[in-house]
Design a protein around this ligand. Sequence first.
Ligand SMILES: [Zn+2]
Ligand SMILES: [Zn+2]
Length: 222
Amino acid sequence: MTKTRRQWLARARGAQTCPIRICRGPLIDETDGTGRASLRCLRCERRLAGICRDCPAPVEGSLGKAVRCARCKVVARQVAARRSELRDRDGRRRRARARYRANADQREKKAIYSRAWRARHEADVAKHKRREALRQSPSRLEYFRAYNAKRREQAPRGRGPSRFAPLLTAASMEFDTPTTQTALKIKANAHQWAKYHGHRIATRLDSFVGRTTVYMVQRARA
Ligand SMILES: [Zn+2]
Ligand SMILES: [Zn+2]
């Protein structure tokens, strides 16, 4: 018995799989004709004979070290890569996001590209915004609430009181709206303001005179 064989046997005895690191094949207990028990690793025998682990082709590489033929090597590498990809996927994604967030340079590059893309695809952006707004998904609404709250906290409104503030004490206000465009704008702004504060208002456009009136219907309960 060779020294290598003796050493192998010493490590293999009592083990479930072959002790050789590149092998780890199943061990087989055998009894020869004379009644002596012996241990075998068919995978190692295959490797030492230079036969691919997964098919009958000869191995690629040096005899005794190489485990697979060229084709099976490619497949095995793909399988291993896929398995490693699935291992702790969330953790790796989380770490990648953290690395990206910490990298101001890369973020700036991406922001420049995104701005340019949005400028080139204005119609697409508008369509997307509209669709998202109509969808009213809870997570998005939550995001906007948090975003706006943070903005308010960072930069308290520097614009002074709203131009609709007089409505808090007066029953109505009038605005010159020479064009339909300006009338629609005043109307939209007024309703936005009322919605934000919880007031009920009404608007009326006198297109003949070019004037829009905003009425306070009911103030929000304080
Ligand atoms: Zn083995
Ligand atoms: Zn093969």
